[in-house]
Design a protein around this ligand. Structure first.
Ligand code: APR
Length: 311
């Protein structure tokens, strides 16, 4: 069986382990700085396996040596966003945590593909690529699947249709400037703009942009974790099964969409090689303007990162 190590056994990490084990996608190692907690969660999950008849092995640890020979490393370690705290406030603390998580796991799993979840997402993925020196194909940020799933959930609720009939594409940075593409999104092939009145669609777009904050405000402590961890499991599955799945992910821009030297959410193809291909959409003027605004905001966080850590 494949092996996936998850650094950070908190809400998103442990929930990702849960989804992965339940699907028997891989043996899972949960690593955290807190002593006993990852071991406890790992053992608890392992003890659920006989009930559902799955043979995934789940273990918890505080020792990076136990992550040896992982096919995929998922990084969720960090401090979760609190009410009123912007994603960018998290920058310095999370940069130190994520940088160490990446370099330590790479020592034991030199061939692993990295999926990054820690916020501020685009900038943490950039940091992992810089700290590990890996090609962009092997460092992928999770954000677009989650943002698109939120929009799909809201559209399905509003239209009263199955979520399976709803395709939405949210690109750009994982922040309030994200780019929900209403022209490319559809219900059973019918463009959203033809299916829903403009005011309803605008409300959905706004709610999607603030989707993370909505959950933070409700939870009071911590941030969303069911949907973020599921998004990350979809990415891991696409890689392990070499599915050639096209989904929006944060990837290193190397000239595509006119962008360079930054991580940004665009449609990519996921397969055994990790991020195998960037897909380029044709934008109209208003989409282009949104995309550029979002890119400027992500660039700013990248610059802020460079002022707090050496890359
Ligand atoms: N090494 C390993 N684990 C660490 C380290 C470290 N240096 N520092 C913190 N952690 C662990 C914490 O002990 C905690 O268990 O990371 C875990 C984070 O879990 P939560 O606080 O529950 O946060 P979570 O909701 O999982 O979010 C983690 O993912 O979605 C993003 O915005 C979110 O950046 C946040 C991250």
């Amino acid at each position: 069986m494949n092996k996936i190590s998850i650094v950070g056994a908190g809400n998103t990490g442990a929930t990702a382990a849960h989804w992965l084990a339940e699907r028997e996608l891989a043996n899972v190692v949960l690593l955290d700085v807190v002593e006993g907690m990852p071991q406890g969660k790992g053992l608890d999950l392992l003890e659920a396996m006989p009930i559902i008849g799955k043979d995934a092995k789940v273990t918890g640890t505080n020792d990076y040596a136990d992550t040896k020979d992982s096919d995929i490393v998922i990084i969720t370690a960090g401090i979760a966003r609190k009410p009123g705290m912007s994603r960018d406030d998290l920058l310095k603390t999370n940069a130190e945590i994520v940088g160490k998580a990446a370099t330590e796991t790479l020592k034991y799993s030199p061939n692993a593909i990295f999926i990054v979840l820690t916020n501020p997402l685009d900038t943490m993925a950039y940091l992992v690529m810089k700290k590990t020196g890996l090609p962009r194909s092997r460092v992928i940020g999770q954000a677009g699947i989650l943002d698109s799933a939120r929009m799909r959930a809201f559209v399905a609720m509003e239209a009263g249709v199955s979520v399976e009939n709803v395709q939405c594409y949210v690109l750009g940075g994982h922040g309030d400037e994200m780019v929900p593409l209403t022209r490319h999104s559809n219900i059973a092939g019918i463009p959203l703009r033809d299916y829903l009145p403009a005011d309803k669609l605008e409300a959905i777009v706004n709610r999607t942009r603030k989707g993370g904050g909505e959950i933070v405000n409700l939870l009071k402590t911590g941030s969303a974790y069911y949907a973020p961890s599921m998004a990350c499991v979809q990415m891991a599955e696409a890689i392990l099964k070499d599915k050639k799945l096209i989904v929006p992910c944060a990837t290193h821009m190397e000239g595509e969409y006119g962008l360079n030297d930054m991580y940004f959410g665009v449609p990519v193809m996921l397969g055994a090689g990790g991020m195998e291909k960037v897909i380029e959409y044709q934008f109209d003027e208003s989409e282009k303007a949104m995309f550029e605004k979002s890119a400027a905001s992500v660039k700013e966080t990248h610059e802020a990162l460079k002022s707090v850590v050496a890359l």
